[in-house]
Design a binder for this molecule. Structure first.
Ligand SMILES: *Cc1c(COP(=O)(O)O)cnc(C)c1O
Length: 336
C-alpha cells in the first residue's frame, strides 16, 4: 500500500492520538481499552470526515472544481467539515440538508453543526426525508453548471472509494502507532453510517495484511444492508489501492443493536455510554454516531466478548458539536 500515489490536500492534524483509557478499563473490569482520537482531526472541531476530505478535495482541485456540493442530515458533521474544507481550499460549498430528524426540539435546525455551516458560509437548502439525496445533489450540481460554476459532488458522508482512502490511511497510521508502542491490537470498534470509515479501514488492513477484527455499530441501516454497503465499498477501495485479491465478505462485521428507534433518535444505552466516558475520562461523544458506537462496545464488554488482557481500540469518529442540538438529553442529568 502506497497512498502517496493519490493526490491529497492537507486539512487535518495527523497522526491523531492513540490513548489508553485507564479509568474506563478499570471501571468495566477489562479489557484494556484504547481510543483513537479522530475527534481531534483539527478541522473546525474535527471528526472522521476530515480524513476523507483530504483525498476528495485534492480530487476536486485536480478536476478544476470551484464549488463543493454535498448532502447530509440537518446536523451533519460531514457537511460541517466539508464547509470548513471548502473555506481552506478557497472553494464555495453548497449542501442539501435532509430533514431526517424532526422531533429533537427547537435547537436542532439552528444550533450545533448548522450554526457552524452558517458561519463558514456554506449555503444550504432543506429537503424532506426519503428522497434520493445523492440524486438531489447531482440535480443541484447541474443547476450550478448551468450558471457557469464547476461543481464537484461529494456523496453523503464522503463515502466513495476516493473518500475511503482516508480510512485506509488511518489503518496505516494506527498500525504504525501500535507497532511503535509494541501494542498488539486485538479489536477495533466504531460507529458505521455511510460506510466509508469501515470500508476504508478494512481495505487498508487487507492491503497491509494486518488481520485486526473490526466491528461496526450501525446508526441507521439494518445489519445485512450495512454489511452489504460496507463490503461493496471496501472491495472497490481495496481495488483502487491496488490490493491483491478480493476483500472477503467475512471481514465485514456490523451490528444494528444500537440503532434504537432510528437515525438520530436517542437511546438510553447511548446516553449511559456517553455519560460513562465523559465522567471517567473527560471525553465527549455525540448522540447520533459515536455515542451509539461506544454503547455497542460497552455492550460487547458486558456480554463477555473480550478477554481481560485483550487490547481493544475504540475509534472516536467525532461529532460532539451535535451535542448543542441535543441539549434536552443532558440538561437534567445531574451528577450522582
Ligand atoms: C459520519 C460519521 C460517522 C460514520 O462514518 P461513515 O464513514 O459515514 O460510516 C461516525 N461518527 C461520526 C461522528 C460521523 O460524523
Amino acid at each position: 500500500m502506497h497512498l502517496a500515489r493519490f493526490p491529497r490536500y492537507r486539512l487535518g492534524h495527523f497522526p491523531t492520538p492513540l490513548e489508553r483509557l485507564d479509568r474506563l478499563s478499570e471501571a468495566l473490569g477489562g479489557p484494556e481499552i484504547w481510543i483513537k482520537r479522530d475527534d481531534c482531526t483539527g478541522l473546525a472541531s474535527g471528526g472522521n470526515k476530515t480524513r476523507k476530505l483530504e483525498f476528495l478535495v485534492a480530487d476536486a482541485l485536480a478536476k478544476g472544481a470551484d464549488t463543493l456540493v454535498t448532502q447530509g442530515a440537518t446536523q451533519s458533521n460531514h457537511v460541517r467539515q466539508t464547509a470548513a474544507a471548502a473555506c481552506r481550499a478557497g472553494l464555495q460549498c453548497h449542501a442539501l440538508l435532509e430533514r431526517r430528524v424532526t422531533n429533537q426540539g427547537a435547537d436542532y435546525e439552528t444550533a450545533g453543526n448548522v450554526l457552524l455551516d452558517v458561519m463558514m458560509e456554506c449555503s444550504f437548502d432543506f429537503r424532506p426525508e426519503g428522497l434520493d439525496m445523492n440524486a438531489e445533489a447531482e440535480a443541484l450540481a447541474e443547476k450550478l453548471r448551468a450558471q457557469g460554476r464547476k461543481p464537484y459532488v461529494i456523496p453523503g458522508g464522503g463515502s466513495n472509494p476516493v473518500g475511503a482512502l482516508g480510512y485506509a490511511a488511518c489503518a496505516e497510521e494506527l498500525v504504525a502507532q501500535a507497532d511503535a508502542a509494541s501494542l498488539r491490537i486485538d479489536h477495533i470498534v466504531h460507529a458505521t453510517g455511510s460506510a466509508g470509515t469501515q470500508a476504508g479501514l478494512l481495505a487498508g488492513l487487507f492491503a497491509m495484511n494486518a488481520p485486526i477484527p473490526v466491528t461496526g455499530y450501525s446508526v441507521r441501516a439494518p445489519k445485512t444492508k450495512q454489511i452489504d454497503n460496507v463490503h461493496a465499498l471496501a472491495v472497490r477501495t481495496a481495488e483502487l489501492i491496488g490490493a491483491r485479491g478480493t476483500l472477503p465478505r467475512e471481514m465485514v462485521v456490523a451490528y444494528d443493536e444500537q440503532v434504537g428507534p432510528g437515525y438520530g433518535q436517542p437511546t438510553d444505552e447511548m446516553v449511559e455510554a456517553m455519560l460513562l466516558l465523559a465522567r471517567l475520562e473527560g471525553i465527549l461523544l455525540d448522540p447520533v454516531y459515536s455515542g451509539k458506537g461506544f454503547a455497542g462496545l460497552v455492550a460487547m464488554i458486558r456480554a463477555g466478548a473480550f478477554r481481560k488482557t485483550d487490547r481493544v481500540v475504540f475509534l472516536h469518529t467525532g461529532g460532539s458539536v451535535a451535542l448543542f442540538a441535543y441539549g434536552h438529553l443532558f440538561n437534567n442529568q445531574k451528577a450522582a
